[in-house]
Design a protein around this ligand. Structure first.
Ligand code: GUN
Length: 293
């Protein structure tokens, strides 16, 4: 069993990005600049955005954190997005989700210029992914693809089962694994809460990608011997065994599943750190105008 070490791979990629930024600076090119908006002060969102801003610093990007009050009017938020869309110094814009309930996530995502949509949430980017055109791809599935590539995991002709059909993880993940080429060329099954016999479907998986947000859902009896298991889940639960009083659990019951796997991601330190480097990579592409002129 080999651990898919997202922590290690993500630091290697960050070094590669930092080297690219140094070259840009030496040649007088555009230093990548990410703007991150946070509305209100949701605890988890604060942590995620702080990680993103810190990662920008580590690789030499500029970053701008835009804070909005939780009760901001939707029209004002949209106006701020327009302002950033028109600011030529800013290459990428993300609005941290979830948003307060009086604000439409759909309207917000639609308003971000697809050219700056480094989260890959805009319908133009999602649509282009669907038809194999270059696009910004959302961070979690893109990070998983990168992990598969770096470990040279075979995907062609494999049965890939994705658990969870969210717009930002499950659905794009299924499209990426099914597309032509490497990583891809897999036979993909997308499962969700209404899937019948989900245990049997999982047992048929050569590659099992789990993104349901249900702690320790996947147990050893659901996993084929030699399978690749990728766990996107990360839930904080109380624990009397750690100093902090908390521990992080994935969607896979790691201790019993790991011995059956050829490869498996740990939680934490697997998929999580890869998502941030996806965002950095997208921002670098945006600064270089690689996708859209
Ligand atoms: N909330 C949870 N994941 C994400 C993400 O990847 N991007 C943004 N903007 N919000 C999120």
């Amino acid at each position: 069993m080999i651990l898919l070490d997202g922590k290690k791979i993500s630091s290697e990629i960050k070094e590669e990005i930092a080297a690219a930024v140094s070259e840009i600076k030496q040649s007088g090119g555009k230093v990548p600049h990410l703007a991150a908006m946070i509305v209100g002060s949701d605890g988890a969102s604060e942590t995620y955005v702080a990680h993103k801003v810190k990662a920008c610093e580590q690789v030499g990007f500029k970053s701008t954190l835009v804070r909005m009050e939780a009760d901001i009017e939707e029209a004002l938020l949209l106006a701020k997005i327009d302002e950033i869309n028109e600011n030529d110094d800013i290459d990428g814009l993300i609005v941290q989700l979830p948003l307060p309930s009086h604000i439409s996530e759909e309207k917000v995502i639609d308003r971000i210029s697809y050219r700056k949509d480094v989260d890959g949430f805009h319908p133009v980017n999602v649509g282009r992914l669907f038809i194999d055109q270059p696009s910004y791809i959302s961070a979690t599935p893109n990070g998983i693809v990168e992990l598969i590539k770096r470990y040279k995991i075979e995907t062609s002709g494999k049965n890939c089962v994705v658990l969870g059909r969210s717009n930002i993880v499950g659905k794009p993940m299924a499209v990426l694994m099914a597309r032509k080429g490497y990583p891809g060329d897999a036979t993909v099954t997308l499962c969700h809460s209404r899937t019948m016999n989900i245990e049997a479907v999982c047992r048929n998986a050569d590659i099992l990608i789990v993104a349901m947000g249900k702690t320790e859902f996947v147990t050893a009896d659901m996993v084929k011997e030699g399978a690749v298991v990728i766990d996107v889940g990360i839930t904080r639960v109380k624990s009397d065994k750690t100093k902090s009083g908390w521990k992080l659990l994935g969607d896979v019951k790691f201790d019993e599943v790991a011995p059956k796997c050829s490869y498996i991601t740990p939680v934490p330190g697997g998929v999580g750190p890869m998502t941030i480097v996806s965002l950095l990579n997208n921002t670098l592409k945006a600064a270089k105008n690689e996708l859209y002129k």
